[in-house]
Ligand binder design. Structure first.
Ligand code: F6P
Length: 539
């Protein structure tokens, strides 16, 4: 791999002074040539600094890293999560009727189809009022989970609001009592269904919130367990919590937390939008899977998106990437992607146990546009750091009577991408000011503030409308992009050892805060903070 990286770095140095806009002058077909369509999505990556030669270098990297072989190994159920000795088969959840898929000697398809059918029966019963609370039909569902057991369904439920025709769905994740308090405060326990979503059924935050919700329910309802559901791989622990087996929806260890929205963890989404639309959501993801499995590297959307990311993060050294959906209902997408991307590829050691010799996956952040334009876009346009941007945009909104809003939304998105690339020269800034009757030294001083360096890269992911199917395709695209990036960097994207140390220390600090233990192997700053908290404030 080293010679391939070196060739790419030499290419980077050769083209360093070349503006992105010049690439369009040189190639009238660039917009089409640097775009790819799949599963109803269109990715335009033409407003980035790579030309055909750069793409050839990047594709050589993907090829050299063995992306295709690794991809095939993932889909056939090989144990590619090597640090945990597990297969990685969240893709099988969105293809329940596919051909036999044998993992450890067992065909996993019947289990997947069976669990999906049970979820559908449960969702249909709740939605039709056949599964009821002590006070009548279920009006509200509370999903208690964190990380992958929260972010996927919470993001998707918000994204697909126009399709909601089931009970209202709420999400509690933070161990901060304010979260569970505020969510439960508005609800009737006799008509609420609580979903405890935890793959391990041991996560501190989730177990604490679940116990609080059970106490809340028990104060109003004779049989609180009847209004609880568990989504977990640990059926025994769910049973010990008091949830009967027919209310436990399990999944295997080859579904990672941040890849789990496609199975039982998606139950709240299925309750909100109904089983049929949930199947559409799965079908959108399956369409992206089919594309990823069959398209050559050079026309594979996940591969190209990953390569553009590698170009920006590992080759050009841009530490962060902004994800800016011009789609208000995707407000939680950046948070979802933070877990998907940063928990997957935020690692400094490769699969071979050696330190990486280049940066890990980038810092991902963002907020919906147009709001970001009035907050952080100033820095992206004129700050000293380059922040590559990924825009997401629907050609059409759901609010037919508000089409003029949508036109303004689209215009703003496209304007941002254009402005980032084009910039504004000093001459243009001067001309604008002199037209406004400014002159002399003041014009010169003011003009410099109005210069935009331009040449700032962005991509646009365009889809017709944010339907369940489109959302499924978008999420599967990002999953595969993370996978490809992981293969190229030599990282295992499917473990998350980096979350463990903080959890251990929190466990050892709790008795100190309770006053049942003193000292311990903590630093002086931590112990002083503990003492101040115990003294109820700042001395
Ligand atoms: O943050 C670590 C993590 O293990 C995530 O990977 C996972 O999504 C989350 O905690 C929740 O875990 P569980 O579903 O087991 O409660």
């Amino acid at each position: 791999m080293a010679p391939l990286w070196r060739a790419l770095e030499q290419y980077r140095d050769r083209v360093a002074a070349r503006p992105i806009a010049a690439l369009f002058d040189a190639d009238p077909a660039r917009a089409e040539a640097f775009s790819v369509s799949a599963a109803g999505l269109m990715l335009d990556y033409s407003k980035t600094g790579v030309c055909a030669q750069g793409m050839a270098h990047l594709l050589a990297l993907a090829d050299g890293a063995g992306v295709e072989a690794r991809r095939d190994a993932m889909f056939r159920g090989a144990a590619i999560n090597e640090t945990e000795g597990r297969a990685v088969l969240h893709t099988a959840l969105r293809d329940p009727d596919g051909p036999p898929l044998v993992v450890d000697g067992v065909d996993v398809r019947p289990g997947i189809a069976g669990t999906l059918a049970r979820m559908e029966a449960m969702a249909a019963d709740v939605r039709a009022g056949r599964v009821r609370g002590a006070g009548g039909a279920i009006t509200d569902v509370v999903n208690i989970g964190i990380g992958g057991s929260d972010l996927g369904p919470a993001m998707a439920v918000q994204a697909l609001a126009p399709y909601h025709d089931g009970p209202r769905c709420h999400f509690v994740s933070n161990v901060d009592g304010a979260h569970v308090h505020d969510v439960l405060a508005g609800l009737d326990p006799a008509r609420t269904l609580v979903i405890v979503a935890s793959k391990t059924f041991t996560t501190l935050e989730t177990m604490t919130n679940a116990a609080t919700a059970r106490d809340w329910m028990a104060r109003a309802v004779a049989d609180p367990g009847a209004q609880f559901v568990a989504l977990s791989s640990a059926g025994d622990r769910a049973a010990a919590f008091g949830i009967p087996p027919d209310r436990v929806f399990g999944f295997e260890d080859w579904v990672g937390g941040r890849y789990s929205v496609w199975g039982p963890i998606g139950l709240s989404l299925m309750l909100a939008i109904g089983p049929e639309r949930f199947r559409d959501f799965l079908a959108g993801a399956a369409a992206m899977d089919a594309h990823f499995r069959s398209a050559p590297l050079a026309s594979s959307m996940p591969v190209l998106l990953a390569l553009v990311g590698v170009w920006h993060a590992q080759v050009c050294g841009h530490a962060t990437r902004a994800v800016i959906p011009y789609d208000q209902r995707l407000a939680r997408l950046p948070a979802y992607l933070q877990q998907l991307e940063m928990e997957s590829n935020g690692k400094r050691v490769g699969m071979d146990g050696r330190d990486l010799d280049r940066p890990s996956g980038p810092i991902v952040w963002g907020e919906p546009g147009t709001n970001g334009q009035h907050a952080f876009m100033q820095l992206i346009h004129q700050g000293t750091r380059v922040v590559p941007v990924e825009f997401l945009l629907a050609a059409r909104g759901h609010e037919a009577d508000l089409a003029h809003h949508h036109r303004l939304l689209v215009a703003n998105c496209l304007a941002q991408a254009e402005a980032l690339m084009r910039g504004r020269t000093l001459e243009a800034a001067r001309a604008g000011l002199s037209a406004a009757a400014l002159g002399g030294a003041e014009l010169e001083r003011q003009a410099r503030h109005r210069v935009f360096p331009g040449n700032r890269p962005s991509t646009v992911l365009l889809y017709s409308r944010l339907t369940p199917r489109m959302l499924g395709a978008v999420l599967a695209l990002y999953e595969h992009r993370v996978f490809v990036e992981g293969v190229i960097l030599g990282i295992n994207p499917f473990d998350q050892w980096g979350v463990e140390l903080g959890k251990e220390l929190a466990v050892s600090l709790t008795p100190l805060l309770e006053g049942t233990a003193e000292g311990g192997a903590h630093d002086a700053s931590t112990l002083r903070l503990v003492a101040m908290v115990r003294a109820d404030g700042v001395a």
